[in-house]
Design a binder for this molecule. Structure first.
Ligand code: FPP
Ligand code: MG
Length: 287
């Protein structure tokens, strides 16, 4: 059984679970490429990721996930929180079987990603233009579990854990930078969630941090007036034009691309083509 089947089998008795749309399964893919025997570990990590998204959609009050109604929108916030708890606790129950080094690697990442979520919420209260704070937050919120997935799979396969951890950390950070970039470049249909939504939610992601560094006072004032506002098409186009004017998209894209190249370099001696392909796909994607 592959990891998605194992996961579905674990939660088949919960009817609301059936309404959860499958994601890209990046963490599970990475784990099973690094250690093809580790399907169960991949299922555990995908379960933890899924639980974190169920809670995240409650925190972000998101109605859409993966192009469909989120569980909180469909069944209410209480159900989304409880289903998240059910998936999370079962995943941890299974995780114990992998031994303390792997279990600590994954559980430490969950500790970090929970802190990352808290930092994300706090940073969203006001316009944050501190890049270091943003980078630390995305490392914790997104990269930590990808880093831990690669490290745990390497431990399971008897490979050099530190190198695979670094690979995972870099592609994880690049993944979130691209996610934040797609939010400003793509439309709702492609994304499966509302477009240009981060700024409305109060999140000044990397493209906005760079935009504020580049634009003039008048543009800054206008941008500030649009913060947390439901944007109409003219306002969306205004922001998109500024991104073009100051070549912000290219700048963020290059930063993600450099991280991915570093990631591939870290494990190049292993010559695992599938890991290079995943790394490239992290930056070359539309959703
Ligand atoms: C998505 O971020 C959120 C995360 C990757 C982490 C969420 C973590 C928690 C809610 C902590 C609780 C953890 C567990 C295991 C129960 P985003 O909002 O930027 O992405 P999105 O646009 O896809 O929603
Ligand atoms: Mg969210």
């Amino acid at each position: 059984m592959n990891y998605f089947d194992i996961l579905d089998d674990m939660f088949k008795e919960f009817e609301e679970y059936k309404d959860i749309k499958k994601g890209k399964g990046v963490r599970g893919k990475l784990i099973t490429i690094i250690d093809p025997k580790a399907q169960k570990l991949a299922a555990v990590v995908e379960g933890i990721h899924l639980a974190s998204l169920l809670h995240d959609d409650v925190i972000d009050e998101a109605d859409l996930r993966r192009g469909a109604k989120s569980i909180n929108a469909k069944y209410g916030e209480h159900t989304a929180v409880m289903l998240g708890d059910i998936i999370y606790s079962r995943a941890f129950y299974e995780l114990v079987d992998f031994g303390s080094e792997i279990a600590k690697t994954i559980s430490n990442a969950v500790y970090l990603l929970s802190q990352g979520e808290m930092e994300d919420v706090k940073l969203s209260r006001d316009i944050n233009l501190d890049k270091a704070k943003y980078m630390e937050m995305i490392y914790k919120k997104t990269a930590s579990l990808i880093e831990a997935s690669c490290k745990a799979a390497a431990l399971s396969a008897g490979l050099e854990a530190d190198k695979f951890a670094k690979y995972g950390r870099n592609i994880g950070i690049a993944f979130q930078i691209i996610d934040d970039l797609l939010d400003v470049t793509q439309d709702e249909e492609t994304l499966g969630k509302p477009a240009m939504h981060d700024y409305y939610e109060g999140k000044t992601t990397l493209p906005f941090i760079y935009l504020f560094e580049s634009c003039n006072d008048e543009e800054k004032e206008k941008l500030k007036s649009l913060y947390k506002k439901k944007l109409n098409n003219d306002e969306i186009n205004y922001i998109r034009n500024l991104f073009n004017k100051y070549k912000i998209i290219d700048k963020c894209y290059k930063e993600a691309k450099d991280l991915v190249e570093e990631a591939k370099d870290e494990i190049k001696e292993y010559n695992i083509a599938a890991l290079n392909i995943i790394a490239d796909k992290v930056v070359d994607r539309k959703f």
